[in-house]
Write a protein that binds this ligand. Structure first.
Ligand code: FES
Length: 139
């Protein structure tokens, strides 16, 4: 009997470890769930000229921010704040601001400049096709 106890304890521990891994998987899935904040199909954002060189623009309806650090170098991010899901409302001086609790993100990189948000804004693929900015996955 006593020789089985350590084995059963090991089994329990292994089970706990697996549960831990499963838990991580669930978190990863949740992260993808937040992916609903990023487009799952191509989104036409209109003329690429709408985004200033060295600046950024908020596309509130599409919940996206597009920046252009240098001519032709576009980057897009979800405009859904990673803190509690509000849509950011301002892009100024290279910073993206969330109205709900004051988080700020770098418009060029999506990185957090000021919390409470702890995660950067998710990056979204963006390209120029026929003079138009298209965000999201290839069709
Ligand atoms: Fe953006 Fe809280 S939801 S700071």
């Amino acid at each position: 009997m006593t020789s089985q106890q350590p084995a059963s304890r090991r089994t329990v521990l292994r089970g706990a470890a697996l549960a831990g891994v499963a838990g991580l998987g669930a978190v990863a899935c949740d992260g993808k769930g937040k992916g609903s904040a990023v487009p799952t199909a191509p989104v036409d954002l209109g003329s690429s000229g709408e985004v200033p060189v060295g600046g950024a623009r908020l596309f509130r309806e599409q919940k996206l921010v597009v920046s252009q650090a240098a001519k032709g170098e576009y980057r897009a991010f979800s405009a859904v704040c990673t803190h509690a899901g509000c849509v950011v409302d301002k892009v100024e001086n290279g910073q993206i601001s969330c109205p709900c609790h004051g988080s700020r993100f770098d418009a060029a990189t999506g990185k957090v400049l000021q919390g409470p948000a702890g995660e950067p804004l998710p990056s979204v693929p963006v390209r120029v096709t026929g003079g138009k900015l298209i965000a999201g996955p290839e069709s």
